[in-house]
Design a binder for this molecule. Structure first.
Ligand code: MTE
Ligand code: MO
Length: 550
Protein backbone atom coordinates (compact mmCIF):
# COMPACT_ATOMS: atom_id res chain seq x y z
CA UNK A 1 0.00 0.00 0.00
CA UNK A 2 1.26 3.43 -0.86
CA UNK A 3 1.71 5.59 2.19
CA UNK A 4 0.46 9.14 2.35
CA UNK A 5 2.76 12.15 2.47
CA UNK A 6 1.84 12.59 6.12
CA UNK A 7 2.89 9.05 7.04
CA UNK A 8 6.11 9.31 5.02
CA UNK A 9 7.07 12.73 6.32
CA UNK A 10 6.27 12.08 9.96
CA UNK A 11 7.12 8.41 10.44
CA UNK A 12 6.61 6.65 13.74
CA UNK A 13 10.37 6.21 14.20
CA UNK A 14 11.76 9.69 14.67
CA UNK A 15 14.77 8.82 16.77
CA UNK A 16 17.75 11.08 16.24
CA UNK A 17 21.03 9.28 16.89
CA UNK A 18 24.55 10.42 16.14
CA UNK A 19 27.33 7.89 15.81
CA UNK A 20 30.93 8.70 14.97
CA UNK A 21 33.54 6.10 14.20
CA UNK A 22 35.85 6.03 17.24
CA UNK A 23 38.95 6.65 15.12
CA UNK A 24 37.26 9.67 13.52
CA UNK A 25 36.24 10.93 16.92
CA UNK A 26 39.83 10.61 18.12
CA UNK A 27 41.11 12.57 15.12
CA UNK A 28 38.45 15.30 15.50
CA UNK A 29 39.07 15.56 19.23
CA UNK A 30 42.85 15.64 18.70
CA UNK A 31 42.55 18.44 16.14
CA UNK A 32 40.29 20.40 18.46
CA UNK A 33 42.29 19.72 21.63
CA UNK A 34 45.87 19.96 20.34
CA UNK A 35 46.09 23.75 20.44
CA UNK A 36 44.43 23.86 23.86
CA UNK A 37 46.81 21.27 25.29
CA UNK A 38 49.80 23.06 23.74
CA UNK A 39 48.57 26.33 25.21
CA UNK A 40 48.34 24.80 28.69
CA UNK A 41 51.80 23.27 28.39
CA UNK A 42 53.26 26.62 27.40
CA UNK A 43 51.38 28.34 30.21
CA UNK A 44 52.56 25.78 32.78
CA UNK A 45 56.18 26.06 31.70
CA UNK A 46 56.63 29.64 30.63
CA UNK A 47 53.57 31.45 31.97
CA UNK A 48 51.38 33.75 29.90
CA UNK A 49 53.04 35.16 26.81
CA UNK A 50 52.82 38.89 26.41
CA UNK A 51 50.26 40.39 24.05
CA UNK A 52 50.89 43.88 22.83
CA UNK A 53 48.39 45.99 24.71
CA UNK A 54 45.62 47.99 23.09
CA UNK A 55 47.08 50.82 21.19
CA UNK A 56 45.68 54.24 21.37
CA UNK A 57 42.61 54.00 19.08
CA UNK A 58 43.65 57.08 17.19
CA UNK A 59 47.05 55.61 16.39
CA UNK A 60 45.66 52.23 15.21
CA UNK A 61 45.86 51.82 11.49
CA UNK A 62 42.62 52.68 9.70
CA UNK A 63 40.04 52.25 8.51
CA UNK A 64 37.96 52.34 11.66
CA UNK A 65 34.35 51.54 12.37
CA UNK A 66 31.76 49.67 10.36
CA UNK A 67 30.07 51.40 7.43
CA UNK A 68 26.43 50.68 6.66
CA UNK A 69 27.19 48.37 3.73
CA UNK A 70 29.39 46.23 5.97
CA UNK A 71 26.83 46.03 8.75
CA UNK A 72 24.07 45.17 6.26
CA UNK A 73 26.11 42.47 4.55
CA UNK A 74 27.09 41.02 7.93
CA UNK A 75 23.44 40.83 8.95
CA UNK A 76 22.26 39.45 5.62
CA UNK A 77 25.01 36.85 5.84
CA UNK A 78 23.69 35.70 9.20
CA UNK A 79 20.18 35.34 7.81
CA UNK A 80 21.41 33.43 4.76
CA UNK A 81 23.71 31.19 6.81
CA UNK A 82 20.78 30.19 9.02
CA UNK A 83 18.93 29.09 5.88
CA UNK A 84 21.96 27.29 4.44
CA UNK A 85 22.63 25.39 7.66
CA UNK A 86 19.02 24.42 8.27
CA UNK A 87 18.36 23.28 4.69
CA UNK A 88 21.73 21.50 4.62
CA UNK A 89 20.67 19.46 7.64
CA UNK A 90 17.51 18.33 5.83
CA UNK A 91 19.60 17.27 2.83
CA UNK A 92 22.01 15.33 5.05
CA UNK A 93 19.15 13.41 6.67
CA UNK A 94 18.08 11.96 3.33
CA UNK A 95 21.24 9.85 3.38
CA UNK A 96 22.37 10.22 6.96
CA UNK A 97 25.84 8.71 6.50
CA UNK A 98 29.19 10.28 5.64
CA UNK A 99 32.09 8.44 4.06
CA UNK A 100 35.63 9.00 2.86
CA UNK A 101 35.24 6.36 0.10
CA UNK A 102 33.19 6.84 -3.07
CA UNK A 103 31.35 3.53 -2.76
CA UNK A 104 29.23 4.29 0.29
CA UNK A 105 29.36 0.67 1.37
CA UNK A 106 27.12 0.33 4.43
CA UNK A 107 29.29 0.07 7.52
CA UNK A 108 32.13 2.08 5.95
CA UNK A 109 30.73 5.41 7.06
CA UNK A 110 32.65 7.51 9.59
CA UNK A 111 29.54 9.30 10.78
CA UNK A 112 25.87 8.42 10.78
CA UNK A 113 22.83 10.27 12.02
CA UNK A 114 20.62 7.22 12.22
CA UNK A 115 20.24 4.38 14.70
CA UNK A 116 19.73 1.94 11.80
CA UNK A 117 22.34 -0.61 10.79
CA UNK A 118 21.71 -1.63 7.18
CA UNK A 119 20.05 -5.06 7.25
CA UNK A 120 21.73 -7.72 5.13
CA UNK A 121 18.87 -10.23 5.04
CA UNK A 122 16.53 -8.12 2.94
CA UNK A 123 16.50 -5.31 0.41
CA UNK A 124 17.22 -1.99 2.11
CA UNK A 125 16.94 0.93 -0.28
CA UNK A 126 18.45 4.37 0.13
CA UNK A 127 14.88 5.65 0.45
CA UNK A 128 14.30 3.27 3.38
CA UNK A 129 17.45 4.66 4.95
CA UNK A 130 16.37 8.32 4.96
CA UNK A 131 15.65 9.77 8.39
CA UNK A 132 13.29 12.22 9.98
CA UNK A 133 14.60 15.49 11.37
CA UNK A 134 12.51 17.96 13.33
CA UNK A 135 11.32 21.08 11.47
CA UNK A 136 12.53 23.02 14.53
CA UNK A 137 16.07 22.09 13.55
CA UNK A 138 15.98 21.80 9.80
CA UNK A 139 14.35 23.43 6.79
CA UNK A 140 11.90 21.98 5.99
CA UNK A 141 12.59 18.98 8.26
CA UNK A 142 10.40 15.89 8.25
CA UNK A 143 11.49 12.93 6.14
CA UNK A 144 11.91 12.71 2.36
CA UNK A 145 12.00 16.47 1.95
CA UNK A 146 15.32 16.63 0.11
CA UNK A 147 13.63 18.23 -2.94
CA UNK A 148 12.38 21.23 -1.00
CA UNK A 149 15.52 21.45 1.13
CA UNK A 150 17.65 21.64 -2.00
CA UNK A 151 15.56 24.47 -3.41
CA UNK A 152 16.26 26.51 -0.30
CA UNK A 153 19.89 25.47 -0.23
CA UNK A 154 20.60 26.47 -3.83
CA UNK A 155 18.39 29.55 -4.05
CA UNK A 156 19.91 30.89 -0.85
CA UNK A 157 23.39 29.83 -1.98
CA UNK A 158 23.02 32.18 -4.96
CA UNK A 159 22.15 35.06 -2.63
CA UNK A 160 24.88 34.07 -0.19
CA UNK A 161 27.52 34.05 -2.90
CA UNK A 162 26.23 37.36 -4.28
CA UNK A 163 26.29 38.91 -0.81
CA UNK A 164 29.79 37.54 -0.27
CA UNK A 165 31.02 38.99 -3.56
CA UNK A 166 29.57 42.40 -2.75
CA UNK A 167 31.14 42.21 0.71
CA UNK A 168 34.60 41.29 -0.55
CA UNK A 169 34.46 43.83 -3.36
CA UNK A 170 33.59 46.60 -0.94
CA UNK A 171 36.23 45.42 1.52
CA UNK A 172 38.71 46.01 -1.24
CA UNK A 173 37.25 49.23 -2.50
CA UNK A 174 37.15 50.88 0.93
CA UNK A 175 40.37 49.59 2.46
CA UNK A 176 38.37 47.67 5.08
CA UNK A 177 40.23 44.55 3.94
CA UNK A 178 43.20 45.68 6.01
CA UNK A 179 41.23 44.90 9.15
CA UNK A 180 40.94 41.19 8.33
CA UNK A 181 43.61 40.30 5.79
CA UNK A 182 46.93 39.63 7.53
CA UNK A 183 49.76 41.82 6.27
CA UNK A 184 52.64 40.30 8.18
CA UNK A 185 53.59 36.82 9.37
CA UNK A 186 54.12 38.42 12.77
CA UNK A 187 50.39 37.98 13.25
CA UNK A 188 50.81 34.22 13.72
CA UNK A 189 52.88 34.28 16.94
CA UNK A 190 50.73 37.17 18.18
CA UNK A 191 47.54 35.20 17.53
CA UNK A 192 49.08 32.24 19.30
CA UNK A 193 49.79 34.38 22.35
CA UNK A 194 46.13 35.46 22.37
CA UNK A 195 45.04 31.84 22.08
CA UNK A 196 47.19 30.85 25.06
CA UNK A 197 45.28 33.47 27.04
CA UNK A 198 41.80 32.29 26.04
CA UNK A 199 42.65 28.59 26.35
CA UNK A 200 43.86 29.09 29.91
CA UNK A 201 40.88 31.27 30.79
CA UNK A 202 42.68 34.59 30.77
CA UNK A 203 41.50 37.64 28.93
CA UNK A 204 44.23 39.25 26.87
CA UNK A 205 44.19 43.05 26.72
CA UNK A 206 41.37 43.75 24.25
CA UNK A 207 41.77 46.49 21.68
CA UNK A 208 38.51 48.25 20.96
CA UNK A 209 37.17 46.26 17.98
CA UNK A 210 35.85 49.47 16.51
CA UNK A 211 39.43 50.46 15.73
CA UNK A 212 41.31 47.23 15.65
CA UNK A 213 40.97 43.49 16.28
CA UNK A 214 43.29 41.32 18.30
CA UNK A 215 45.49 39.08 16.18
CA UNK A 216 43.53 35.87 16.71
CA UNK A 217 40.29 37.63 15.88
CA UNK A 218 41.93 39.08 12.77
CA UNK A 219 42.96 35.60 11.59
CA UNK A 220 39.60 34.01 12.47
CA UNK A 221 37.72 36.64 10.48
CA UNK A 222 40.09 36.18 7.58
CA UNK A 223 39.44 32.43 7.57
CA UNK A 224 35.68 32.74 7.84
CA UNK A 225 35.54 35.18 4.93
CA UNK A 226 38.31 34.03 2.63
CA UNK A 227 38.91 30.34 3.32
CA UNK A 228 35.75 28.56 4.49
CA UNK A 229 33.24 29.93 1.92
CA UNK A 230 35.37 29.15 -1.16
CA UNK A 231 35.91 25.64 0.23
CA UNK A 232 32.16 25.20 0.77
CA UNK A 233 31.43 26.28 -2.79
CA UNK A 234 34.14 24.10 -4.30
CA UNK A 235 33.22 20.98 -2.30
CA UNK A 236 29.56 21.61 -3.08
CA UNK A 237 30.34 21.61 -6.79
CA UNK A 238 32.36 18.40 -6.41
CA UNK A 239 29.09 16.59 -5.61
CA UNK A 240 27.55 17.61 -8.94
CA UNK A 241 26.96 14.76 -11.40
CA UNK A 242 27.47 17.15 -14.32
CA UNK A 243 30.85 18.35 -13.02
CA UNK A 244 32.04 14.90 -11.91
CA UNK A 245 31.00 13.16 -15.10
CA UNK A 246 32.80 15.77 -17.16
CA UNK A 247 35.97 16.46 -15.14
CA UNK A 248 37.10 13.38 -13.25
CA UNK A 249 40.07 15.24 -11.76
CA UNK A 250 37.89 17.78 -10.03
CA UNK A 251 36.38 15.71 -7.22
CA UNK A 252 39.76 14.00 -6.78
CA UNK A 253 41.20 17.27 -5.50
CA UNK A 254 39.11 16.65 -2.38
CA UNK A 255 39.65 12.89 -2.31
CA UNK A 256 36.55 11.97 -4.30
CA UNK A 257 32.88 12.84 -4.23
CA UNK A 258 32.14 11.45 -0.80
CA UNK A 259 35.24 13.00 0.75
CA UNK A 260 34.04 16.32 -0.72
CA UNK A 261 30.65 15.70 0.90
CA UNK A 262 32.33 14.93 4.23
CA UNK A 263 34.48 18.08 3.95
CA UNK A 264 31.34 20.08 3.09
CA UNK A 265 29.92 18.81 6.40
CA UNK A 266 33.14 19.51 8.35
CA UNK A 267 32.94 23.06 7.02
CA UNK A 268 29.47 23.27 8.54
CA UNK A 269 31.02 22.27 11.86
CA UNK A 270 33.67 24.96 11.35
CA UNK A 271 30.99 27.62 10.77
CA UNK A 272 29.05 26.44 13.81
CA UNK A 273 32.24 26.48 15.89
CA UNK A 274 33.05 29.96 14.64
CA UNK A 275 29.55 31.25 15.34
CA UNK A 276 29.59 29.80 18.87
CA UNK A 277 32.94 31.36 19.77
CA UNK A 278 32.18 34.62 17.93
CA UNK A 279 28.90 35.10 19.79
CA UNK A 280 30.53 34.14 23.10
CA UNK A 281 33.29 36.71 22.58
CA UNK A 282 30.81 39.39 21.55
CA UNK A 283 29.03 38.77 24.83
CA UNK A 284 32.04 38.54 27.15
CA UNK A 285 34.07 41.41 25.74
CA UNK A 286 31.30 43.98 26.17
CA UNK A 287 27.94 43.09 24.65
CA UNK A 288 26.45 46.57 24.47
CA UNK A 289 29.52 48.16 22.94
CA UNK A 290 30.05 45.33 20.44
CA UNK A 291 26.39 45.35 19.41
CA UNK A 292 26.57 49.10 18.98
CA UNK A 293 29.55 48.67 16.67
CA UNK A 294 27.98 46.11 14.38
CA UNK A 295 24.39 47.35 14.46
CA UNK A 296 24.65 51.14 14.77
CA UNK A 297 28.14 51.65 13.41
CA UNK A 298 29.12 53.91 16.30
CA UNK A 299 31.40 53.34 19.29
CA UNK A 300 28.86 53.79 22.09
CA UNK A 301 27.52 51.61 24.87
CA UNK A 302 23.87 52.60 24.64
CA UNK A 303 20.95 50.25 24.27
CA UNK A 304 19.75 51.06 20.70
CA UNK A 305 22.28 48.59 19.28
CA UNK A 306 21.03 45.87 21.59
CA UNK A 307 17.40 46.55 20.80
CA UNK A 308 17.86 46.83 17.06
CA UNK A 309 20.09 43.73 17.11
CA UNK A 310 17.39 41.85 19.00
CA UNK A 311 14.83 42.95 16.41
CA UNK A 312 17.18 41.77 13.68
CA UNK A 313 17.31 38.33 15.27
CA UNK A 314 13.53 38.38 15.57
CA UNK A 315 13.29 39.08 11.85
CA UNK A 316 15.50 36.06 11.15
CA UNK A 317 13.19 33.89 13.26
CA UNK A 318 10.19 35.27 11.36
CA UNK A 319 11.96 34.51 8.08
CA UNK A 320 12.39 30.91 9.28
CA UNK A 321 8.69 30.70 10.10
CA UNK A 322 7.84 32.12 6.68
CA UNK A 323 10.16 29.63 4.97
CA UNK A 324 8.53 26.82 6.94
CA UNK A 325 5.12 27.98 5.74
CA UNK A 326 6.26 28.20 2.11
CA UNK A 327 7.85 24.75 2.33
CA UNK A 328 4.72 23.03 3.58
CA UNK A 329 2.00 25.16 2.01
CA UNK A 330 3.48 26.49 -1.21
CA UNK A 331 6.11 23.91 -2.24
CA UNK A 332 5.15 24.17 -5.89
CA UNK A 333 5.83 27.90 -5.95
CA UNK A 334 9.24 27.24 -4.42
CA UNK A 335 9.95 24.53 -7.00
CA UNK A 336 9.10 26.95 -9.77
CA UNK A 337 11.21 29.75 -8.33
CA UNK A 338 14.13 27.32 -8.24
CA UNK A 339 13.27 26.16 -11.75
CA UNK A 340 13.61 29.67 -13.00
CA UNK A 341 16.75 30.68 -11.15
CA UNK A 342 18.78 27.61 -10.26
CA UNK A 343 17.77 25.51 -13.25
CA UNK A 344 18.09 28.54 -15.47
CA UNK A 345 21.74 28.77 -14.46
CA UNK A 346 22.26 25.03 -14.86
CA UNK A 347 20.73 25.09 -18.29
CA UNK A 348 23.45 27.44 -19.51
CA UNK A 349 26.29 26.40 -17.22
CA UNK A 350 26.23 22.69 -16.46
CA UNK A 351 23.66 20.92 -18.58
CA UNK A 352 25.35 21.38 -21.97
CA UNK A 353 28.58 19.65 -20.82
CA UNK A 354 28.62 16.16 -22.30
CA UNK A 355 29.59 13.59 -19.67
CA UNK A 356 32.70 11.57 -20.44
CA UNK A 357 34.29 10.38 -17.17
CA UNK A 358 35.11 6.69 -17.08
CA UNK A 359 36.30 4.45 -14.30
CA UNK A 360 38.31 1.24 -14.29
CA UNK A 361 37.07 -2.23 -13.39
CA UNK A 362 38.98 -2.09 -10.10
CA UNK A 363 36.98 0.98 -9.13
CA UNK A 364 33.58 -0.75 -9.35
CA UNK A 365 31.71 -0.43 -6.04
CA UNK A 366 31.33 -3.61 -4.01
CA UNK A 367 27.90 -2.45 -2.87
CA UNK A 368 25.55 -0.35 -4.98
CA UNK A 369 22.69 1.14 -2.98
CA UNK A 370 19.42 0.19 -4.62
CA UNK A 371 16.58 2.66 -4.80
CA UNK A 372 12.93 2.66 -5.75
CA UNK A 373 10.18 0.10 -5.38
CA UNK A 374 10.34 -3.13 -7.36
CA UNK A 375 7.35 -3.31 -9.67
CA UNK A 376 4.54 -5.45 -8.33
CA UNK A 377 2.34 -5.50 -11.44
CA UNK A 378 1.21 -8.86 -12.82
CA UNK A 379 2.53 -7.81 -16.21
CA UNK A 380 6.10 -7.15 -15.09
CA UNK A 381 6.23 -10.21 -12.82
CA UNK A 382 5.06 -12.44 -15.65
CA UNK A 383 7.63 -10.95 -18.04
CA UNK A 384 10.39 -11.22 -15.46
CA UNK A 385 9.58 -14.84 -14.61
CA UNK A 386 9.97 -15.64 -18.27
CA UNK A 387 13.32 -13.86 -18.66
CA UNK A 388 11.60 -10.98 -20.54
CA UNK A 389 11.17 -13.16 -23.63
CA UNK A 390 7.78 -11.57 -24.37
CA UNK A 391 8.89 -8.06 -23.43
CA UNK A 392 8.43 -5.39 -26.07
CA UNK A 393 9.75 -1.87 -25.58
CA UNK A 394 7.22 0.49 -27.04
CA UNK A 395 8.75 3.64 -28.54
CA UNK A 396 6.10 6.09 -29.63
CA UNK A 397 4.86 9.67 -29.57
CA UNK A 398 6.18 12.39 -31.87
CA UNK A 399 8.24 10.07 -34.03
CA UNK A 400 8.08 9.20 -37.69
CA UNK A 401 8.80 5.55 -37.12
CA UNK A 402 7.27 4.16 -33.91
CA UNK A 403 8.60 0.73 -32.97
CA UNK A 404 8.10 -2.15 -30.59
CA UNK A 405 11.37 -3.86 -29.82
CA UNK A 406 12.11 -7.21 -28.20
CA UNK A 407 15.21 -7.56 -26.05
CA UNK A 408 16.95 -9.42 -28.89
CA UNK A 409 16.18 -6.60 -31.28
CA UNK A 410 17.47 -4.07 -28.79
CA UNK A 411 20.69 -6.04 -28.36
CA UNK A 412 21.06 -6.24 -32.14
CA UNK A 413 20.93 -2.46 -32.44
CA UNK A 414 24.39 -2.14 -30.92
CA UNK A 415 25.89 -2.32 -27.46
CA UNK A 416 28.06 0.09 -25.54
CA UNK A 417 29.79 -0.43 -22.20
CA UNK A 418 30.85 2.19 -19.70
CA UNK A 419 31.99 2.30 -16.09
CA UNK A 420 30.56 5.40 -14.48
CA UNK A 421 29.66 6.94 -11.16
CA UNK A 422 26.06 7.19 -10.08
CA UNK A 423 25.04 10.27 -8.06
CA UNK A 424 21.87 9.97 -6.04
CA UNK A 425 20.09 13.15 -4.95
CA UNK A 426 20.10 11.72 -1.44
CA UNK A 427 23.89 11.96 -1.28
CA UNK A 428 25.27 8.48 -1.91
CA UNK A 429 27.25 7.44 -4.97
CA UNK A 430 28.45 4.20 -6.51
CA UNK A 431 30.50 3.04 -9.46
CA UNK A 432 29.20 0.34 -11.81
CA UNK A 433 29.70 -0.95 -15.29
CA UNK A 434 26.71 -0.58 -17.57
CA UNK A 435 26.09 -2.23 -20.90
CA UNK A 436 23.28 -1.29 -23.21
CA UNK A 437 21.96 0.50 -26.22
CA UNK A 438 23.11 4.10 -26.77
CA UNK A 439 19.96 6.20 -26.80
CA UNK A 440 21.27 8.07 -29.84
CA UNK A 441 20.86 4.81 -31.82
CA UNK A 442 17.25 4.56 -30.74
CA UNK A 443 16.58 8.17 -31.68
CA UNK A 444 18.13 7.55 -35.06
CA UNK A 445 15.86 4.55 -35.55
CA UNK A 446 12.56 6.23 -34.65
CA UNK A 447 13.31 9.64 -36.19
CA UNK A 448 11.63 12.14 -33.85
CA UNK A 449 9.52 14.91 -35.36
CA UNK A 450 11.06 18.40 -35.13
CA UNK A 451 8.59 19.40 -32.41
CA UNK A 452 9.72 16.57 -30.09
CA UNK A 453 11.67 18.29 -27.32
CA UNK A 454 11.51 15.79 -24.45
CA UNK A 455 11.71 12.06 -24.09
CA UNK A 456 9.53 10.40 -21.45
CA UNK A 457 10.59 7.10 -19.93
CA UNK A 458 7.65 5.21 -18.42
CA UNK A 459 8.27 2.54 -15.82
CA UNK A 460 6.53 -0.62 -14.69
CA UNK A 461 7.34 0.54 -11.16
CA UNK A 462 5.51 2.95 -8.92
CA UNK A 463 6.68 6.10 -7.20
CA UNK A 464 7.06 6.53 -3.46
CA UNK A 465 3.42 7.58 -3.11
CA UNK A 466 1.99 5.26 -5.74
CA UNK A 467 1.25 5.91 -9.42
CA UNK A 468 3.49 5.25 -12.41
CA UNK A 469 7.16 6.19 -12.08
CA UNK A 470 8.35 8.16 -15.07
CA UNK A 471 10.83 10.86 -15.93
CA UNK A 472 11.49 13.26 -18.82
CA UNK A 473 14.83 14.12 -20.39
CA UNK A 474 15.72 16.83 -22.85
CA UNK A 475 16.69 15.70 -26.32
CA UNK A 476 20.23 17.01 -25.73
CA UNK A 477 20.74 14.82 -22.68
CA UNK A 478 19.31 11.78 -24.42
CA UNK A 479 21.77 12.28 -27.29
CA UNK A 480 24.93 12.45 -25.14
CA UNK A 481 27.32 9.62 -26.03
CA UNK A 482 27.06 8.21 -22.49
CA UNK A 483 23.25 8.07 -22.46
CA UNK A 484 22.22 4.41 -22.44
CA UNK A 485 19.27 2.09 -22.20
CA UNK A 486 21.15 -0.38 -20.03
CA UNK A 487 20.41 -4.12 -19.86
CA UNK A 488 23.64 -5.22 -18.19
CA UNK A 489 25.26 -4.26 -14.91
CA UNK A 490 28.83 -5.25 -14.06
CA UNK A 491 28.95 -7.63 -17.03
CA UNK A 492 25.85 -9.62 -16.11
CA UNK A 493 22.21 -9.25 -17.16
CA UNK A 494 20.55 -6.43 -15.26
CA UNK A 495 19.14 -7.79 -12.00
CA UNK A 496 15.48 -7.25 -11.14
CA UNK A 497 16.38 -4.94 -8.29
CA UNK A 498 18.50 -2.71 -10.52
CA UNK A 499 15.87 -2.21 -13.21
CA UNK A 500 15.38 -5.27 -15.41
CA UNK A 501 14.86 -5.48 -18.28
CA UNK A 502 15.97 -1.91 -19.13
CA UNK A 503 17.05 1.11 -17.13
CA UNK A 504 18.44 4.50 -18.03
CA UNK A 505 21.94 5.89 -17.68
CA UNK A 506 22.12 9.64 -18.26
CA UNK A 507 25.38 10.31 -16.48
CA UNK A 508 25.24 14.09 -16.11
CA UNK A 509 22.01 13.83 -14.11
CA UNK A 510 21.11 12.69 -10.62
CA UNK A 511 19.92 9.12 -10.07
CA UNK A 512 16.21 9.80 -9.90
CA UNK A 513 16.23 10.77 -13.59
CA UNK A 514 17.46 7.27 -14.46
CA UNK A 515 14.21 5.38 -14.74
CA UNK A 516 14.39 1.66 -13.96
CA UNK A 517 12.08 -1.12 -15.19
CA UNK A 518 11.36 0.79 -18.40
CA UNK A 519 8.09 -0.04 -20.08
CA UNK A 520 7.91 2.48 -22.88
CA UNK A 521 9.57 5.53 -24.35
CA UNK A 522 7.53 8.48 -25.55
CA UNK A 523 8.65 11.55 -27.47
CA UNK A 524 6.73 14.70 -26.50
CA UNK A 525 6.77 18.42 -27.21
CA UNK A 526 6.64 19.45 -23.54
CA UNK A 527 6.46 17.91 -20.10
CA UNK A 528 3.18 19.62 -19.18
CA UNK A 529 0.99 16.89 -20.67
CA UNK A 530 2.71 14.03 -18.83
CA UNK A 531 1.79 12.95 -15.27
CA UNK A 532 1.08 16.02 -13.17
CA UNK A 533 3.13 18.03 -15.63
CA UNK A 534 6.33 18.83 -13.79
CA UNK A 535 8.67 16.51 -15.66
CA UNK A 536 8.71 13.26 -13.69
CA UNK A 537 7.28 11.31 -10.80
CA UNK A 538 9.65 12.88 -8.28
CA UNK A 539 9.26 16.29 -9.89
CA UNK A 540 5.48 15.89 -9.45
CA UNK A 541 5.36 14.41 -5.95
CA UNK A 542 8.58 15.53 -4.27
CA UNK A 543 9.27 18.82 -6.03
CA UNK A 544 12.58 17.65 -7.50
CA UNK A 545 14.24 19.58 -10.33
CA UNK A 546 13.58 18.84 -13.97
CA UNK A 547 17.26 19.37 -14.72
CA UNK A 548 19.37 17.60 -12.10
CA UNK A 549 22.98 18.66 -12.61
CA UNK A 550 23.74 19.39 -8.97
N1 MTE B 1 11.11 3.07 -11.80
C1 MTE B 1 11.92 3.67 -10.93
N2 MTE B 1 13.14 4.06 -11.35
C2 MTE B 1 13.99 4.65 -10.49
C3 MTE B 1 13.62 4.90 -9.16
C4 MTE B 1 12.32 4.50 -8.76
O1 MTE B 1 11.92 4.71 -7.61
N3 MTE B 1 11.51 3.88 -9.66
N4 MTE B 1 14.49 5.52 -8.31
C5 MTE B 1 15.54 6.33 -8.91
C6 MTE B 1 16.57 6.73 -7.97
S1 MTE B 1 16.16 7.90 -6.83
C7 MTE B 1 17.85 6.27 -8.07
S2 MTE B 1 19.09 6.88 -7.09
C8 MTE B 1 18.21 5.19 -9.00
C9 MTE B 1 18.79 4.05 -8.23
O2 MTE B 1 19.30 3.08 -9.08
P1 MTE B 1 19.93 1.77 -8.45
O3 MTE B 1 18.84 1.04 -7.75
O4 MTE B 1 20.52 1.05 -9.57
O5 MTE B 1 20.96 2.23 -7.47
O6 MTE B 1 17.09 4.70 -9.69
C10 MTE B 1 16.18 5.67 -10.12
N5 MTE B 1 15.19 5.03 -10.95
MO1 MO C 1 18.17 8.70 -5.96
Amino acid sequence: MALTHEQMTFPADRRLRLWIRPSALVVLAAVAMAPIVAAWVQYAIAGLPSVSGPRDPASAEGPHGFPLWLRSAHYLNLLLMVFMIRSGLSILMDHPRLYWNVHCTPGSEWLRVTPVLVPTDRVWTAKDDARYISPWLALPGGRHTVGIARHWHFLVALLWVANGLVFVTLLWATGQWRRIVPHSWQIVPEAWAVLVHYATFHMPPEPDGFYQYNSLQHLAYFAVVFILPPLSILTGLAMSPAVDSRFRWYARIFGGRQAARSIHFLLLLAYLGFIAVHVLMVVVTGLARNMDHIVMGTDETGIPGLILGGIGIGVIILACVAAHWVSWRRPRALQYAARRLVEGLMRVGLDPMAPRARYSREEISPHFWPNGKLPTSEEWLRLADDGFRDYRLQVHGLVQHPVELSMDEIRALGKQEQITMHHCIQGWSGIAQWGGLPLARLVELVRPAPEAKFVVFHSFGEGLYGGEYYDCHSMTNVLHPQSLLAYERNGAPLERLYGAPLRLRVENQLGYKMVKWIKSVEFVAGVEQVGKGHGGKNEDDEYYDLIANI
